[in-house]
Design a protein around this ligand. Structure first.
Ligand code: AMP
Length: 218
C-alpha cells in the first residue's frame, strides 16, 4: 500500500503518470479537479460555485476542497489501499490540513513526486490536449505528439473527445501564475519533510514513467 502525492504545474503530465501509478500500485487515484468537474456535471451547488473559479484558472476556496478531499480519504478503498493525490494539496494551507488529517489517522505520506516542465511546454500541451468524455476512460490525447487515430474519437473506447473549458490560453496563463505563487512553495514544504522526489518531464511519456518509477521504488 502506498500513500502518494503528485505535484507539478497544471499540464505537466500528472494525469498521465497517475494512470499507470494507480494500476501498478493498485491505489485509488484522487484528483480534486475530477471531483470538482463531476460536481459541475451533476449540477450540484458546490459545482456551480466551483465552476466560476475553475473557468478563470483560480483556485476554488480551500475550505470546500479540503472538505471534499477528507470525505474521499475516509472511504474504505483509501483506508485499505492507500491513495494517490493529484491536484491536492495546492497551497501550504492545504498541505497542513492534509498533514493534520494524516496525523489524526495515524498514517503518513510515503512520497511526493514533483514533475518539472517549462511553462512554454505546458502552454503548448494544454492547447493541444483532448480528453475522453467517458468518465470510466478519461484517456488523454495530444494533437501534437499523441493524436487519436480518428479526429475527436477516443482510440480506447470510441467516445467523443473534448477540450476542457479551462484549456484555453488565458486560463492556462492564469493557472501557471497561480501555480508559481501558491503551489510551488510545496516543493520546499515536502523537501523539508524529506519526502520529495523531483523528476524532469521528458518529451516521451514512457521516459518520464521510467524516471517516476525509479523514484517510487527507491
Ligand atoms: P486540475 O484538474 O487539477 O487542473 O484542476 C482544475 C481546477 O480545479 C483548478 O484550476 C482549480 O480551479 C480547481 N482545483 C482543483 N484542485 C484544487 C485544489 N486542491 N484547491 C483549489 N482548487 C482546486
Amino acid at each position: 500500500m502506498k500513500r502518494l502525492v503528485i505535484l507539478g504545474a497544471p499540464g505537466s503530465g500528472k494525469g498521465s503518470q497517475c494512470k499507470w501509478i494507480t494500476k501498478d500500485y493498485d491505489v485509488p487515484h484522487i484528483s480534486t479537479g475530477d471531483i470538482l468537474r463531476k460536481n459541475i456535471a451533476d449540477g450540484t451547488a458546490l459545482g456551480v460555485e466551483a465552476k466560476s473559479y475553475m473557468d478563470k484558472g483560480e483556485l476554488v476556496p480551500s475550505e470546500l476542497v479540503i472538505a471534499l478531499l477528507k470525505a474521499r480519504l475516509d472511504e474504505e478503498d483509501c483506508k485499505a489501499k492507500g491513495f494517490l493525490l493529484d491536484g491536492f494539496p495546492r497551497t501550504v494551507e492545504q498541505a497542513e490540513s492534509l498533514d493534520e488529517y494524516l496525523k489524526e489517522n495515524g498514517i503518513s505520506l510515503d512520497r511526493v513526486v514533483n514533475i518539472e516542465v517549462p511553462d512554454e511546454e505546458i502552454m503548448a500541451r494544454a492547447l493541444n490536449r483532448r480528453t475522453c468524455s467517458n468518465p470510466a476512460c478519461k484517456e488523454i490525447y495530444n494533437l501534437r505528439d499523441n493524436a487519436p487515430q480518428v479526429e475527436n474519437v477516443c482510440d480506447k473506447c470510441g467516445s467523443a473527445l473534448f477540450v476542457r473549458d479551462d484549456d484555453n490560453e488565458a486560463t492556462v496563463s492564469k493557472r501557471l501564475e497561480v501555480y508559481h505563487t501558491q503551489t510551488e512553495p510545496l516543493i520546499k514544504y515536502y523537501s523539508e519533510q524529506g519526502k520529495l522526489s523531483t523528476v524532469v518531464g521528458q518529451v516521451l511519456l514512457e521516459d518520464t514513467i521510467k524516471l517516476v518509477k525509479a523514484e517510487l521504488e527507491k
